[in-house]
Ligand binder design. Sequence first.
Ligand code: SAH
Ligand code: SF4
Length: 349
Amino acid sequence: MSALINAFNEQFLLEIIKQPDSTQAAEIIKQADQVRTQTLGATVQLRGLIEFSSYCRNNCAYCGLRRENRSLPRYRLTPIEIIETAAHGIALGYRTIVLQSGEDLFFTGKMLTEIVKEIKKLGAVVTLSVGEREVKDYEAWRKAGAERYLMRHETADPVLYQKLHPGQTLSKRLSLLQALKQLDYQVGTGFMVGLPGQTPATLLADLQLTKNLAAEMVGIGPFIPHLATPLKEYPAGTTSLTCLMIALTRLALPYALIPATTALASINSQGRELGLAAGANVVMPNLTPWKYRADYQLYPDKAISGAEDGETRQKMIEKITALGREVSDTSGHHPLWLTDSRDDGENNI
Ligand code: SAH
Ligand code: SF4
């Protein structure tokens, strides 16, 4: 099926991306939904997300956690709190725990290694999303048992990347993503839709980069302006363009784990459903303790309650069942990663 995306010529893709509300775009979304059914079936993977620190050394222009945002109260969970929250999530039924934070060097490589080991003892799959760190740390965490790593490339335009990420480069990010691949992580990349300065050609490049990387996971969400950032005046990305990019990504990478993102659910009350109908097969409900949740403010009005609340897992299960889908009870690895190099007795397809 990935031949499909190759068969689209660039001009055709650009035209579609320029018209996300067209009938052709709707047709692409339908095709992506069919491809997802053929490759991965009806199952949806649920991941329990723990946002364990809102401290960040970076200054990404779009993000509410950027270091220059002094109006945001910062928090850190203690290692014990992280492990207890993970244990609670596992008891609720989550089989993957996603540990996400700003780039917070308070959590040394060693500390995170110990945390990963403890969560592995509880029997969960561990996904890390803690940004750019030293390759030796990535290696230690992989050895400690972490199986997945999420770090979006954010935008494939190197000039725009540099504008949005003072002091950082796209080439560094890509080389770290390659290093993660080499360490045998399932690697997640992804990008925002509707970033100021982004063009249809940028989005096409995002798609191509994602495919070239053969990413196992791809997170795609709308840019949402945060009032305490330099991008506060810009409009948010749209639901239709985000769903179209999810669909094109599904056609490009038929087996990828693609979340219907919280950002999409935050700009549209039907966002999760629309994402799942456009090729997505993952949802990441929030397990962060309530006293911290509102402070993990990547963007405003983040969807954190109702079915988004990991505690009320049943609500999300009902939502997914109502779509004619079912919640997976497997560990939810990328099927090709599983068959590639290991046999842990679980066939995930
Ligand atoms: N610090 C880590 C993980 C936390 S940020 C990292 O940067 O990888 C997780 C994701 O949130 C980022 O990859 C970015 O794509 C998204 N994000 C941040 N600010 C956002 C905004 N204003 N609108 C939409 N998504 C945003
Ligand atoms: Fe930090 Fe990630 Fe936000 Fe950038 S996107 S400021 S790295 S939390």
